[in-house]
Write a new protein. Structure first.
Length: 165
């Protein structure tokens, strides 16, 4: 009787091990099946501290460029846009002022709104660029400046990377 219990316990553990291994393999295969035109979702399910992960849509692109400077890509292509918050996915710790669905916020795209392949050839991950009506997922980091601290309507955010929807 004791041998049968041990056998069934071992069989159960082995079955669980195989099941967990199969789940891990299928998630790896999904990542490997992405074609060159698709962008993987944001890598981490965790949201960085002081960030808000959103689904947003570009409403307006500020076409003014930074002063001419060969080192600054924002002197060649636009980096600022107004973004409509379509969905709030979540907040990282320390994000002090929640955003509202439907709000329009000013966003500075650190690696520009243009495709990054030519502007930043040494980047590991390139972005295809965004235009008016582009829908994307990104983490917004609030940018605070002394003159904006008293004006909640003047909030602006920084984005380093995004995934096009």
């Amino acid at each position: 009787m004791q041998k049968q219990t041990w056998f069934y316990s071992a069989l159960l553990i082995f079955g669980l091990y195989l099941n967990c291994g199969a789940s891990r393999d299928s998630s790896t295969n999904k990542t490997q099946q992405l074609s060159g035109n698709e962008e993987p979702a944001l890598e981490s399910p965790r949201i960085s501290p002081n960030h808000c992960r959103i689904v947003g849509t570009i409403v307006e692109i500020n076409s003014s460029l930074a002063p001419a400077n060969t080192d600054n890509p924002c002197s060649k292509v636009p980096c600022k846009a107004w973004v409509s918050i379509d969905e709030i996915i979540g907040y990282g710790s320390g994000f002090s002022n929640p955003l509202a669905k439907g709000a329009k916020v000013r966003v500075f795209f650190r690696f520009t709104l243009a495709p990054t392949k030519e502007l930043f050839p040494s980047m590991k991950k390139h972005y295809r660029g965004l235009s008016v009506c582009s829908c994307f997922i990104a983490e917004l980091e609030e940018q605070r400046s002394p003159d904006q601290s008293e004006k909640p309507n003047q909030r602006s955010f920084l984005v380093y990377g995004y995934t096009i929807q």
